[in-house]
Design a protein around this ligand. Structure first.
Ligand code: SF4
Ligand code: SF4
Length: 220
C-alpha cells in the first residue's frame, strides 16, 4: 500500500539496496508476532503474492476470498489484502502458536518487514522502519538475504513494473469519472492479474504478457 510519510521521521534516514547490510534481522522473531496483528488492510497483495499463496495452499482466488483475502479500494482501484480476523484483529494465517502458517508462501510485505520500499524515479530502494518492530535487538543482515526471495533482480524489476502500472491505472481512473468504465477496468485488472492462474515456472513471462495487454487496453 502506498503511504505518504516523511522518511526522516520513520526511518534511520538511510536508503538501502539489496546488497547493503541493514539492522533488520529479528532472529526468527522469538515468540513475537506483533506485526501480524492490527494491520487493517495494509498487507496488500500483488499478483506474485496471490500466485504463491494459491499454489502453496492449492486453492483458487475464489477460495482465497472466502478464507484469507479481502478486497479494498485504493484510489479507485480494487486491491486485495490479507484478512485480519475480526475478533482478535490477527492475520488469518497467524496460528495458535503465534507463528505464520504460510511462512514459505508469505507475501512480499511480510518478507520485507521491518523494511519498507521507497519508490523514486521508476525504481525503488529500501528503508528501515525504526518504530514498527518490537524487537530492539535486531542484528545486521544483507537486505537481499532478509527478503528471502528467489531471482531477486527479476523480482525487483517486477515490483517496479507493478507499482508504476498501478499508479498509472489509479491516475487513469481519477481522470475517467465514468463509473461503468471504472468498474470495467477494475474487473479486468482483478481477473487478469489475480483470478486467472499463472503457470508456476512461467510467472514472469506471463505477467509481462498480461501487463503489456493491460497497458494497451487501459491506454496507459
Ligand atoms: S514486530 Fe519484529 S520481532 Fe515482532 S514479529 Fe514483527 S518482525 Fe518479528
Ligand atoms: S502472512 Fe504470515 S507473516 Fe504475514 S502477517 Fe500473516 S501471519 Fe504474519
Amino acid at each position: 500500500m502506498k503511504r505518504e510519510a516523511n522518511l526522516s521521521e520513520i526511518s534511520d534516514g538511510r536508503l538501502y539496496g539489496i546488497n547493503d547490510m541493514v539492522k533488520a534481522d529479528c532472529l526468527d522473531c522469538k515468540g513475537c508476532s506483533d506485526c501480524c496483528s492490527g494491520m487493517g488492510n495494509t498487507i496488500t497483495l500483488d499478483p506474485l503474492d496471490v500466485h504463491r499463496i494459491k499454489n502453496g495452499l492449492d486453492i483458487d482466488f475464489a477460495e482465497m476470498l472466502s478464507e484469507c483475502v479481502s478486497l479494498n479500494v485504493h484510489e479507485g482501484l480494487i486491491i486485495p489484502s490479507l484478512k485480519m480476523e475480526n475478533d482478535k484483529n490477527k492475520c488469518v494465517f497467524l496460528n495458535d502458536s503465534e507463528r505464520c502458517d504460510i511462512h514459505a508462501h508469505r507475501p512480499g510485505i511480510c518478507r520485507l518487514f521491518p523494511l519498507g520500499r521507497y519508490y523514486e524515479k521508476g525504481t525503488h530502494s529500501y528503508f528501515l522502519q525504526i518504530y514498527e518492530c518490537s524487537n530492539k535487538n535486531r542484528t545486521k543482515i544483507k537486505v537481499g538475504k532478509w527478503m528471502d526471495t528467489p531471482d531477486l533482480k527479476q523480482y525487483e524489476k517486477y515490483v517496479d513494473e507493478w507499482h508504476y502500472f498501478i499508479l498509472d491505472i489509479q491516475k487513469k481512473i481519477f481522470e475517467i469519472k465514468d463509473t461503468l468504465k471504472i468498474k470495467d477496468i477494475n474487473m479486468y485488472i482483478l481477473n487478469t492479474f489475480y483470478v486467472m492462474p499463472f503457470s508456476d515456472d512461467r510467472f514472469y513471462e506471463q505477467f509481462y504478457n498480461r501487463l503489456n495487454n493491460a497497458k494497451l487496453k487501459c491506454e496507459c
